[in-house]
Design a protein around this ligand. Sequence first.
Ligand SMILES: [Zn+2]
Length: 300
Amino acid sequence: MRSKLAALLLGLAGLPACAALNVFACEPEWAALVRILAPDAKLFIATHAGQDPHHIEARPALISQLRQADLAICTGASLEAGWLPLLQQKAANPRVQAGQPGLFFAAEQVELLDAHQHVDRSMGDVHAEGNPHLHLDPRRMLRVAQALSTRLGQLDPAQAGVYQQRFGSWAEAWRRQVLRWEERASALEDRALIAQHSSFAYLWHWLNLRQVADLEPKPGLPPSVVHLRKVLQSAQQAQPFVIVQTSYQDPQPARWLAGQIKLPVLSLPATVDSQRLDLNAWYEGLLTALLNAATPAGRS
Ligand SMILES: [Zn+2]
């Protein structure tokens, strides 16, 4: 309690509101971390859960927001390769160019899944540097938050201690929450499922779920009829309990397959709600949806 009070007092004694950092977040999950660590920051979020972050248009509104930013926080690992470099070029803001402390990539703070797989572009729009969807692992989120608190302190040295304090109290609560989630999710252990793309791979990895088929024939390529028929033939043996996709993916392929093999389809948000920026509520929702699908009424 005492450290929280100290953090609060330090925060009040810190920079005046007019000196608040101006932050550009490529995706809402990073905005959620900024809200925790730097609640006074002026925050702009470039995308929302209904959009596919691999494919975003470099609109003028995004360019003008990046032009004003002291810090751009993005996923990296080429997730934004199709739009962020263009924004950086057009915004011409020296603070958020490559190598500057004002450009923070979450993927550079943690080890990525599938980082060393063989890659060539003929395989589709594969993630060459590893799977960038790391915000689906709460333990990696913790490490990103820690690195972000250090970076905020570099950009705003007068408040460096406050960022560290805020990280400390959040991390303590987050670690406890992760343990509670792990306990709750034990019913999912080693269960098989079908999913679209590697969007939720970190979630499967964390909860020991097995993705036995991908609706995409190759990473980044849309599901084809030929491929879905193959999935239909091969995946049934593994006894998947659900088909999972993100709310921004085309629902038709998953629905077709679900009709053939009599499985429920879950369309899950790939990130936090942009208004609430509540990481706990988002993880809670993912877990609840999976548990409900794994133990339908009457079978549990
Ligand atoms: Zn992806």
